[in-house]
Ligand binder design. Structure first.
Ligand code: NAI
Ligand code: MG
Length: 479
């Protein structure tokens, strides 16, 4: 693999245009490599290669063999664990410990879905006398995957794991801000022995390679993770081509803290859920809804802990790294300015480590208290280490505020009262609900996805496997 080549039909090749895009490390702004600037012609070649593999080697391979290849890839990823983590940390700015976790999770996806490939059973249906009906679960065909820069390596596994296990062939468009880890993974996948064209990776700008993939008439399904704005474009393109799409568009996920909470456990989870990956996580717990009766005392403990959060380079391996780009830093800072301008109270901030490079894209983690529920900070996805605390009076009030944004991805509920846990879990609008814990990250077994503007379709778990298949009804008249 050349550093500016992409994987199409089993061969590493430059973009037809020969253009490249420079890549920078968020920790110091220094150039760390190049990727190919793929465009519509490259996407065309990749889709054609995926189709050939679907009609050929991959389509004809037994599920058992597909699963074995995926398990082999899982093992190879673990063999290259530290190397991949180092690439991912430099590429995204995330602390090394987080990058190591992401590599482990990626391997786990291939292990989980590799094991599931030959367990995707169909069904039989009782029908008229003299008939037998079976439901075949077939792959969709060629699947398109557009993913963002926040968890490139982990998302490689999240999106390709179920697609490949179900028998599809794929064209992946990673994000132009960070995808060096993915390119190395793609190389490792070819070493694992996947036939040519099963995994194709086309790099490039979203409005070029991404847009070309989303409108391509040769794909049968598209999975997108990213902003709601681009999600709308991808869904519109899918509608024009009459193909299904799966969207994961982020959230404003609440952690609801009732007065009978275990302080220590909740505070650790609240901090982690917003500081992890510098808040650039679709499932970040970016709102805390806090019962008014414990507002003062809980905030005292939370702010003490929050002010100990340390920020620095990926190599310093602290609690929080840089955000992905200068542009993202500006975006997060504009939310901070807006919040200060609207008179919101800063309760605590984290600390930038002395070793941090002044050219890195660092944002000081900030905790805001008494945020009115209508404020931008309580409604909009900031995608940075910024936490808004909104007080509430009782269960009804908490539920109204929790469900009062356009999003619905994850929800944390902190209470020892079992009946309340169940009532809340049933009534909150979210794809995942955690009781006395929080964190979608590692659980590859757990179906994940949103409602409302957070998107639709389910990734992870066996649910994702179903998404990447289509049912075919076969009716036998045996007399
Ligand atoms: P984005 O939605 O523009 O990018 C995500 C992916 O879509 C990238 O691979 C990009 O190349 C591709 N893309 C961009 N324009 C496209 C187009 N016209 N057609 C097809 N694909 C296209 O997100 P961006 O600009 O990186 O971040 C903006 C905001 O979106 C963030 O601040 C955050 O709020 C949200 N976001 C949410 C994510 C999540 O995990 N849910 C991930 C990334 C961003
Ligand atoms: Mg964008």
């Amino acid at each position: 693999m050349g550093s500016n080549e992409m994987l199409i039909g089993g061969k590493w090749q430059s973009a037809v245009s020969r253009d490249t895009i420079p890549m920078y490390s968020p920790s110091d702004g220094k150039e760390i490599g190049h990727i190919a600037r793929g465009t519509a012609v490259d996407v065309d070649k990749a889709v054609a290669a995926a189709r050939r593999a679907f009609d050929g080697a991959w389509g004809n391979m037994a599920a058992l063999e597909r699963g074995r290849l995926m398990s082999r890839l899982a093992a190879l990823i673990l063999d290259h664990h530290e190397e991949l983590a180092q690439i991912e940390a430099a590429d995204t700015g995330k602390p090394l410990t987080q990058a190591r976790t992401d590599v482990t999770v990626c391997a786990r996806y291939f292990e989980f879905y590799g094991g599931a490939a030959d367990k995707l059973h169909g069904e039989t249906i009782p029908y008229l006398n003299g008939y037998q009906v079976i439901i075949l679960r077939e792959p969709r065909g060629v699947t398109g995957h557009i993913i963002p820069w926040n968890y490139p390596i982990s998302m490689f596994g999240r999106t390709l794991g179920p697609a490949l296990a179900a028998g599809n062939t794929s064209v992946l468009k990673p994000a132009e801000e960070a995808c060096l880890g993915i390119m190395r993974l793609a190389e490792i996948a070819t070493e694992a022995g996947f036939p040519d064209g099963v995994i194709n990776v086309v790099t490039g700008y979203g409005e070029e390679a991404g847009a070309a993939l989303s409108v391509h008439r040769g794909i049968d399904f598209i999975s997108f993770t990213g902003s709601p704005e681009i999600g709308t474009l991808v869904q519109t393109a899918a509608a024009r081509n009459h193909i299904p799409c799966m969207l994961e568009l982020g959230g404003k996920s609440p952690q609801i803290i009732f007065e009978d909470v275990n302080y220590e456990a909740a505070i650790e989870a609240v901090i982690k859920a917003i500081v992890q990956n510098a808040g650039q996580t679709c499932s970040a717990g970016s709102r805390v809804l806090l019962q008014r009766s414990i507002y003062e005392s809980f905030m005292r403990s939370l702010s003490q802990r929050f002010s100990r959060v340390r920020v620095g380079s990926h190599t310093a391996d602290l609690d929080c790294g840089a955000v992905i780009s200068r542009q993202q830093k500006q975006r997060v800072e504009s939310f901070l300015h807006g919040a200060r301008d609207s008179g919101l109270e800063v309760v605590a901030t984290g600390m930038l480590d002395k070793s941090a490079d002044p050219n890195g894209y660092f944002v000081t983690p900030t905790l805001f208290g008494l945020v009115p529920e209508g404020n931008d900070l309580a409604r909009e996805e900031v995608f940075g280490p910024v936490l808004a605390v909104v007080p509430f009076d009782d269960e009804t009030d908490a539920l109204r505020i929790a469900n009062g944004t356009d999003f619905g991805l994850v929800c944390g509920i902190w209470t020892e009262n079992g009946a309340r846990q169940m009532r809340m879990a049933k009534r909150v609008k979210a794809g995942q609900v955690f009781i006395n814990s929080y964190g979608a990250g590692g659980g590859v077994e757990l179906p994940f996805g949103g409602v409302k503007k957070s998107g639709h379709g389910r990734e992870k778990g066996l649910e994702a496997l179903r998404e990447f298949t289509v049912a075919k009804t076969v009716v036998f008249n045996h007399g």
